[in-house]
Design a protein around this ligand. Sequence first.
Ligand code: URA
Length: 221
Amino acid sequence: MFEYRAVNKKYAQEVLTQLRNKETSQVEFRKGLVRLGRVLGLEIVEDFETEEKLVETPLGTIYKGIRIKDFEKVCIVTVLRAAWPLTEGLVKIFYSAKQGVIAARRAEEKGMHNREFDIEVNYVKVPKMNGDEILIISDVMVATGSTLIAALKELLKRGRAKKYYIASVISTPVAIEKLGKFAAEANIDLKLFTIAVDPELNDKGYIVPGLGDAGDRAFGT
Ligand code: URA
């Protein structure tokens, strides 16, 4: 099963506009990613089921509240490096999450063929999956979808989660289509949450209008 949701909230769109602005400094860019991580976390949590929870207040009254189911089963996997600040924001919401990291890069020297790059996954460190975890993959720019699919394949080699979410800032229609096909083939429940869907990729694989190289802009390289 695959679904995607674009978060068209005013706050998210205002922060995204700051990120798109080429005049935005490195520090403000990084802070913007943290803010969007919180927004995405709050949107993703809306997708979780809840159950009734009774608590006694200091005034001696019983309050009928809620508990978010599976909240403690969340594991956030950061696709290095640009998603690091995005994860910082996600962790503010999913404060009890386990965490993992994946390092992947485009094998640039081979060039882009049919909107595809060869992807080298060179580091994976993730908690073991037992089938009941909620895995959130944090990846700022979902351009071709190839990096995410390579990451998902690596994760699936290490066990299955109950549900998979992708938290991203900008995605493209090409990537959304590819992720949908992959979710069906791999038989996983996958939902992509993104702040925007941009129409195109240029011949270097950058999203247009996009926001440039998110890693370089966040880390000042
Ligand atoms: N990665 C980026 O940082 N920017 C893009 O536009 C595409 C991939």
